[in-house]
Design a protein around this ligand. Structure first.
Ligand code: GLN
Length: 498
């Protein structure tokens, strides 16, 4: 029974709980058992909140017994990326510097999950402060890809994606600043969505780069992602960049499964040199499939996308060097060298030296340099101009097509250790995902098969204009259904048992 419960989708689990066929406690326990059985090998979780999860599940069962109305995801277990605060539950952001910190409040995302009766199982592993594409920059050791434990699960939200792919949770929350939901989804054969910037509140997310950060759903099906999206999205006065407009009906869109008449643009700039041949093959087949389903697929030119990566690697470090200044050894977590003989400045320096990893230090140094007077215009200022040009490329593209498509990542999951000492190679994993963050629009990764050259999952990315997130779910749901019909199952059902 336990194994069967972890194989249900979130939609199926919620329906079974609502109908009284299973209890929220039963499904929560089944997932806790699964975590106990496999997470030693996967290492998706940094913290499992057994007592909190069971208490939340019991509360759902009591509400049901009392005949109270339940939300569409009541009783469904979920894994929370360790950058999202949850009152009283450890939040480390994959960093030593936050060791021992327990936030005194809930992020808006967490509060909405709790109010919806979603059961938070625990906190998932990630690259330190969400910088990386492999989880190898976590201070607590890497997460392993459930498809091949010697490979990376993507990053920074590799823990969330791996938890979903390993059937440790049907749902997870990720955050995506440059690709950290979509790239892990692509390499683990799962679905990941970066909502429109401002679509989901950032209140209570530990800030990496505030103008880029966005929380969103990780799931095994497009419908499950839509259900989670609709629970966490919507205006929040606690986040000044939160959009005060109705959330697009993503759940209805996910159920449409119809792309006839849709115009889809293939981004010319993505897919040349440096892309794995098997990834390109599956991508071309996806384009052909969409045409078969009645969509019109055309090529679209976005000339400034070639400069997205360098612009991002100035804007992100600049914002992160400023945001991470708050970790000074005085307010949160770790404090080093405070023996009564040292000045506050010395303690801050020692704490930051001991508490931050190499990649975090690299970005703080680059960002501080890029923002320094005399260099500001040449680096940060120029990067912001490129950002505007990229947004204009998108606007011109969306005047011609409803959504854009590209591979999510240039390659499938690479071996652990392969790129950890080569920052440029690591950064290239986000080549196709970064433009969306710079422009603030919505994008999704859905599985489109296993690469013929290595048998690992390939992700297909769709990009929609701001606040048109529903288009992603419509086209994503349609390709998912078409593949499921062709293969007789979802791609994730081919993942090894573990
Ligand atoms: N890999 C990218 C980076 O290292 C993406 C980060 C993210 O989306 N949080 O910056």
């Amino acid at each position: 029974m336990g194994t069967d419960l972890v194989r249900l989708s979130a939609a199926e689990t919620a329906a079974a709980v609502a109908a009284g066929e299973i209890s929220a406690v039963e499904t929560t326990q089944a997932h806790l058992d699964r975590i106990a059985a496999v997470d030693e090998r996967v290492h998706a979780f940094l913290h499992v909140d057994t007592d909190g999860a069971l208490a939340a599940a019991r509360a759902v069962d009591q509400r049901r017994a009392a005949g109270e109305p339940l939300g569409p995801l009541a009783g469904v277990p979920l894994a929370l990326k360790d950058i999202v605060t949850m009152k009283g539950v450890p939040t480390t952001c994959g960093s030593r510097i936050l060791e021992g910190w327990r936030p005194p409040y809930d992020a808006t995302v967490t509060r909405r999950l709790r109010e919806a009766g979603v059961v938070v199982l625990g906190k998932t592993n990630m690259d330190e402060f969400a910088m990386g594409s492999s989880t190898e920059h976590s201070a607590y050791g890497p997460t392993h890809n459930p498809w091949d434990l010697t490979r990376i699960p993507g990053g920074s939200g590799g823990g969330s994606a791996a938890a979903v792919a390993a059937f440790e949770a049907p749902l997870a929350i990720g955050t995506d600043t440059g690709g950290s939901i979509r790239q892990p989804a692509a390499v683990t054969g799962t679905v990941g969505v970066k909502p429109t910037y401002g679509g989901v509140s950032r209140f209570g997310l530990v800030a990496l780069a505030s103008s880029l950060d966005q929380a969103g759903p990780c799931a095994r099906t497009v419908l499950d992602a839509a259900l989670l999206h609709s629970v966490i999205a919507g205006h929040d006065p606690l986040d000044s960049t939160s959009i005060d407009a109705p959330v697009p009906d993503v759940v209805a869109a996910a159920r449409t499964r119809e792309v006839r008449g849709m115009r889809i643009g293939v981004v010319k700039q993505f897919g040349g040199e440096g892309y794995q041949p098997g990834v390109l093959q599956r991508f071309r087949e996806a384009g052909a499939l969409l045409e078969e389903l009645g969509a019109e697929v055309v090529e679209v030119d976005c000339p400034h996308f070639d400069y997205a990566l360098p612009a991002y690697y100035l804007i992100l470090p600049s914002e992160c060097s400023s945001n991470l200044a708050r970790f000074d050894g005085m307010r949160y977590g770790l404090r080093v060298g405070d023996d009564g003989t040292r000045s506050a400045e010395e303690v801050m320096a020692l704490t930051r030296e001991a508490g931050f990893g190499a990649e975090t230090k690299r970005r703080i140094i680059i960002g501080t340099y890029a923002l320094s007077s005399g260099y500001y215009d040449a680096y940060y200022g120029q990067a912001q101009k490129v950002r505007t040009l990229i947004a204009r490329d998108f606007a011109a593209a969306f005047a011609q097509v409803d959504v854009l498509m590209s591979p999510t990542t240039p390659t499938t999951a690479f071996p652990l250790g392969e790129r950890v000492d080569d920052p440029m190679a690591m950064y290239l994993a986000d080549l196709c995902t970064i433009p969306s963050n710079l422009a603030g629009n919505a994008s999704m990764s859905v599985p489109c098969g296993l690469s013929p050259d290595d048998g690992l999952p390939v992700g297909l990315q769709f990009i929609a204009p701001p606040m048109a997130d529903d288009r992603l779910y419509r086209v994503g749901g349609a390709v998912e259904a078409a593949y499921a019909e062709r293969w007789g199952h979802l791609l994730i059902d081919e993942a090894p048992e573990l």
